[in-house]
Design a protein around this ligand. Structure first.
Ligand code: HEM
Ligand code: HEM
Length: 178
């Protein structure tokens, strides 16, 4: 197999991972906001069930994406000022971290309810928290809070991309476009 990710820009696989995660996160936020408030008697059905399935898919894809990134690292855009370089490195690291942390907290919060999580509707994920564990209930609260932190960093990231595209008018955006 050839190395499809060249050293100085994102390859087709890295681009696919990026935009698949964007689509999954958009769906996950929409479902998370539209689904009923989770209480003691909430059932794992309808939008709630969709939230767990999309969440499991996000965890699966983000882990593959991180492995791909380790195997095929991409050099940062050479035209960036040092502060831009540092800001984007920190933002990207936080985006990866927050997505992984969000999925693990959501997983524990689902286990708190005693719900089964299925990857692509087939593979049942093991419980990482016992049903009713108080720390898993807290995990749900932290999950509900971190959604805003993740959203803030996504906003910062998108503003950064728009700044390069519309104001600096450099080629940075093209690195991630098809
Ligand atoms: C990055 C991925 C995820 C995002 C962006 C996300 C987003 C959200 C949002 C917006 C809510 C509604 C919070 C509210 O009512 O204010 C929520 C709640 C919830 N999510 Fe996620 N979620 C993600 C991953 C997951 C995963 C992987 C699972 C489980 C497999 C999960 C399980 C839950 C549960 C159980 C709740 C209810 C928590 C509670 O109220 O105690 N989420 N999530
Ligand atoms: C419309 C929305 C978005 C646009 C326009 C966009 C644009 C971009 C661009 C242009 C890059 C390349 C930056 C560079 O060359 O250094 C990039 C990288 C990245 N984006 Fe986004 N992005 C968007 C949404 C998101 C979302 C929602 C996430 C959440 C996880 C995300 C996570 C990342 C990460 C982690 C990288 C770094 C990739 C790496 O080097 O491993 N992006 N994005």
């Amino acid at each position: 197999m050839s190395n499809v990710t060249s050293r100085d820009t994102y390859g087709v696989v890295a681009k696919c991972f990026h935009w698949i995660i964007v689509a999954l996160l958009a769906a996950q936020y929409a479902v998370g906001w539209l689904m009923p408030h989770i209480g003691r008697n909430t059932k794992n059905e309808g939008l709630v069930s969709w939230h767990l399935s999309i969440g499991a898919a996000i965890l699966f894809v983000i882990l593959l994406r991180l492995l791909w990134r380790l195997a095929f690292p991409v050099t940062p855009d050479g035209t960036l000022a040092p502060w831009e370089h540092n800001a984007s490195r920190v933002t990207h690291a936080l985006l990866y971290t927050l997505v992984v942390v969000m999925t693990v907290l959501g997983w524990a919060a689902a286990n708190y309810q005693g719900w089964d999580i299925r990857l692509f509707g087939v593979v049942s994920l093991p419980a990482i928290a016992p049903t009713g564990a108080s720390w898993a209930h807290t995990a749900g609260d932290v999950h509900n809070f971190l959604q805003w932190v993740l959203l803030a960093f996504i906003g910062l990231h998108v503003v950064g991309a728009a700044y390069h595209y519309f104001i600096k008018r450099d080629q940075l955006m093209q690195r991630m476009l098809p």
